[in-house]
Design a protein around this ligand. Structure first.
Ligand SMILES: [Zn+2]
Length: 158
């Protein structure tokens, strides 16, 4: 395995600061990891513009690069824009396991974050309703399930 490939694994294994047990690799935001001399350039596409987690992720990536003995050059790439379709299958499973409803495919007609039914991650009921467009973070909306009365967060589709 090349140094760039193993550093890539290290970077993709960093957990998102707001999504427990979901890595930035699961979210599909790591575009590339390249090494030139003593510098590692990591291109990231932020999930949501203005999401405060982005700065934290940048720092975590820079730390990972330094721990590999290289100088970090972490850049944000905003085009093409990140889409929830980039979340991997494992990422969907981990979001669900964390009690967060994963986003539907962005091109699925009639299903957007403002348009329930969103299935409850606990009991799968679609009798849910939106409480707040902004959950614990700007990236997620808060719903409540009418069937089991549990509130849950929904990762907004983009
Ligand atoms: Zn429920």
């Amino acid at each position: 395995m090349t140094v760039a490939a193993s550093l890539g694994d290290l970077v993709r294994d960093i957990e998102d600061p707001e999504l427990p047990h979901v890595t930035i690799g699961d979210l599909g935001i790591v575009r590339s990891v390249t090494i030139h001399g003593a510098t590692a350039t990591v291109l990231l596409t932020p999930t949501y513009t203005g999401c405060p987690a982005t700065e934290q992720i940048r720092e975590d990536v820079a730390d990972a690069v330094r721990s590999a003995g290289l100088e970090p050059d972490v850049r944000l790439v905003i085009s093409p824009a990140w889409s929830t379709d980039w979340i991997t299958e494992r990422g969907h499973q981990r979001l669900l396991a964390a009690g967060i409803a994963p986003p539907p495919p962005a091109d699925e007609p009639g299903v957007t974050f403002v348009d329930p039914p969103v299935a409850c991650p606990r009991c799968s009921s679609r009798r849910t309703r939106l409480i707040s467009h902004f959950g614990g973070t700007a990236c997620k909306a808060t719903y409540v399930c009418n069937a089991c009365s549990e509130p849950f967060e929904f990762f907004k589709a983009l």
